[in-house]
Design a protein. Sequence first.
Length: 356
Amino acid sequence: MKGYLVLSTGDIFEGEWFGDTRICTGEVVFNTGMTGYQEVLSDPSYAGQIVTFTYPLIGNYGINDMDYESIKPACRALIVGTLCQEPSHYQADRSLADIARQFGIGGLSGVDTRAITQIVRTRGEVYGLLTTDKQAACPAQPLRGLVREVSVKEKQEYGKDASGPHIMLIDYGYKKNILLQLLALGCRVTVVPYHVTSSEAAALNPDGVFLSNGPGDPKELQPHLKELQMIIERYPTMGICLGHQLISLIYGCDTERLPYGHRGSNHPVKNLETGKVYITSQNHGYVVKTNELENTPLIQTFRNVNDGSCEGVRHKYLPISSVQFHPEAHPGPEDTHYLFEQFVQQCELTGEKSYA
């Protein structure tokens, strides 16, 4: 069945439709990873987006039950060059097309994904319409309310018998591997909704707080920042991706949209305190403005080697730190896994001490 990706720029791409055949719209983004398509399609940070894979062959090792990052994929559609219909891997039990149908995700194959990538790199904010009618027009409508869609509705508890620190994971669209990393380090973890209050947090009595990744513009969550500040100033805190941006907003920084985002598993970042460069996994469209850190209580700790953007901060006086990249690295390199270890050690040392 023929289908079309109609862009808000007026460009039209024809391909073979796979997965769910319902018409859909979303922001068009591209991912440069050579592997990890299962983790990408199930990453809640891709909520509302049409993901274009720049690598030419997608689906060759199939889908398994272990590598999902969430219970239900949140992306709107997938655009691929060549779709493998007969995957080969000893753990694979379904194809990418099978999963797309199962979870209601549309897709196009046989598309010039590099041409789409060039358009996004040139035009920046691009939206797309997946349709059977190439005469249809795609409106440029920014996405709203995505965190509310992907966050848990009530608290969830994991590792109840663990002997390590109790971590409260605030869910803005967290990836499963963040939870698994904390559990592997012996933590007891309580996952809570994005709008958790300081009184609700105090009732849980955690030893540390973790702010997860998530989709959309961080400024949409400004109504919750006052409560969030009261939480993070009481416990050791680590933030990733959207969590990093929220910490920066709390302490007076601003955020801005990147021209076309960072999405892939090979982004180099430099640790400004040691000079060491790490290869990281990233997925974000917004970034903290580096030039606004000077008059805040935050210190920049990591910088993107490619474009110089801010990749991490820490508080000058409180045990609060965050990074823009994904140290849980699923998919991607495990270069920065040590950040999880440092955070857990900090929670073990400080316990229930209040810093307010």
